[in-house]
Design a protein around this ligand. Structure first.
Ligand code: BTN
Length: 241
């Protein structure tokens, strides 16, 4: 690898949640931490993220930036897709805004959290959980989950996979932050977001839109094309039709 975006890397033998750890400890920016034994992982919307010791990879990184966190979520997704492609896993895609799927099954989820002072974003913490060596039995109580082992039929070396992931993530972050190359990230994200070429249904509490993902704006707003109209949405859920 040419250049490492991260100034510091920490491996934790065991931790409740890698995101909590970064939130509660004062670190400089550009730090990455990881564990193979997360005991109380958190998901979006106060959901729990289930980890199995030595089968899942939990990673969090901290950046001090005023970028929209969406773009950091993108880099975390793109790095994982790079790994899946290098493992020859087909049909992997990004489900807006925070999930990575293989076919119709979820492999990985991302939780973005911000720490603000006086309304200004002070730091952004991005946490990604990846199912790696889980078998069917581990995941059977979860709806629609998969792992790299289930997809490939071969157990993975967790440490090696982490190293590869970090290298790819570092490359995307250098493009995004050091080189200011938002368009590169946007272009790749659009290629890999299934909603860009398959019909989607977007829903929130009181509205539903059917259409295609048309674009993503600099502030992370999603643009959906429905018939000939463009709709801009900032939250909600996407289902692929
Ligand atoms: C989701 O699918 O809702 C997001 C799941 C995010 C899980 C990761 S694992 C590393 C980091 N630490 C946490 O407690 N959560 C995130």
């Amino acid at each position: 690898m040419d250049k490492d975006f991260f100034k510091e890397e920490i491996y934790l033998k065991k931790i409740d949640s890698t995101n909590n750890y970064l939130k509660l400890t004062s670190f400089e920016d550009n730090i990455i931490i990881y564990t193979f034994n997360q005991t109380k992982g958190r998901g979006r919307r106060d959901r729990e993220w289930l980890d199995f010791k030595n089968k899942n990879l939990a990673i969090s990184f901290l950046i001090k930036s005023n970028l929209n966190p969406f773009w950091l979520i993108c880099t975390a997704s793109l790095a994982l897709i790079d790994i899946l492609i290098s493992l020859n896993i087909k049909n992997c895609w990004i489900k807006w805004p925070n999930d990575i799927y293989i076919n119709d099954k979820k492999l990985s989820g991302i939780l973005a959290e911000t720490v603000r002072s006086q309304e200004k974003i002070e730091k952004i913490i991005i946490g990604i959980g990846i199912n790696i060596n889980n078998d069917f039995k581990d995941l059977q109580m979860l709806k629609n989950a998969t792992s790299i082992y289930i997809e490939k039929g071969k157990k993975q070396n967790l440490k090696r996979l982490y190293r590869n992931y970090k290298n790819h993530l570092s490359g995307w972050l250098i493009e995004l932050i050091d080189n200011n190359n938002l368009n590169l990230i946007r272009g790749r994200w659009k290629e890999l977001n299934l909603g860009s070429f398959k019909k989607i249904k977007w829903v929130n509490e009181d509205k539903t839109i059917y259409g295609f993902i048309y674009d993503i704006k600099d502030d992370g707003t999603l643009v959906i094309k429905s018939n000939n109209d463009l709709y801009e949405v900032k939250s909600g859920d996407i289902q692929v039709e």
